[in-house]
Write a protein that binds this ligand. Sequence first.
Ligand SMILES: *Cc1c(COP(=O)(O)O)cnc(C)c1O
Length: 401
Amino acid sequence: MKIKNNKNLSLATKAIHGKHLHAFKGPVTFPIYQTSTYRFDSSDDAVRYAKGDPNVLVYTRYHNPTVNEVEERIALMEDGEAAALFSSGMAAISTTILTLCKNGDEIVSTPALYGGTYRFFRDTLTNYNVAVKYVDPNSLEDLLFLITPKTKVVYFETPTNPTLGLVDIEKLVKLTRDMEKEFRTKIAIIIDNTFATILNQKPFDFGVDVIVESSTKYLGGHADLMGGVVIGMKKLIHSVKALAKHLGGCADPFAAFLLDRSLKTFELRVQRQNENALALARVLEKHHKVLRVIYPGLQSHPQHKLAKKQMHGYGGMVTIEVKGGLRGAVKVCDSLKVAINAMSLGGVETLVSIPVYSSHVNMSNEELKKNGVTPGMIRISVGVEGIIDLIEDFKQALSRV
Ligand SMILES: *Cc1c(COP(=O)(O)O)cnc(C)c1O
């Protein structure tokens, strides 16, 4: 039985079985093709490949069975036509953008972006004469004048880092489509869905064209691999892969194998992270050393209604502001025993980081204000540990402030 494009199976079933939902002889797990190159049956194979035969394997930068298996599973999980796997999230993002934009084109983006993406837009794309304009997510109507006939991409993230603000996906898509009609152009709407993941937010249901994700985070989930993925229509993924051959950000077979292993527990892990995050957020909201808790699942989140509309779960990221400013935040992070003070997110282990020391380091007070970031903020990537252990850990660390 082929389950390709069967939307009704659960995320876990798709992740565990891929399209092999049949009596499949051989190994239960998909093997690692840890090889850079492939034997030709005869020199005819080289000719067949040159003529475009997709069944001839040539070189791992072009294709690899382990990598391709993971791509198929992720495409199934995310209800996309196809996916391309990369060596990192940034490789996936930069290759996708460079596939879609050429000299003279424009991008409209929301301003709260992952730092690497923001710097790629600011420092690299400008060298190729691709301009990026920013739209305030609170006035998405501005898309009506920011989008021009040169706009090829509308790019956004939601929830954003580290203040967990939301962008109204339905509204962004509608306004972009209106402008497309007006100019008779084609605009690719791209979401970075790393924070929410496909369990909590299904962008294709809202008409988004392309999902990019750092699989280093929730998809990988164990802080032991780097990867990135782009999911979309076959035609686009084909072009992305063609450019990836030149840019070279291909996934390594071993990293792909680790990711395959991670996907099987993805639903379990992220469900638990959703539960832990909500429970921790509720406790911290009542704590006298905590000034503010930002979590889309809390009634107190200014966009809670929008969160309920466009998210199925609220994710594992919680941001708090503690008393005592930066000194208070440092004290808490250095006193935690279960939670680890480290960059990154999405793993089974709870991590904390201080935005003014990490994602927003070296920013002026004005920039921090614009981004809503304060010195006393701590970003928590909630893991799958026992919730009681986490609550106790944060209580003892907060008591030192
Ligand atoms: C980490 C991250 C990236 C970049 O991914 P890498 O795998 O580190 O290259 C992009 N977007 C978001 C939202 C991220 O958290």
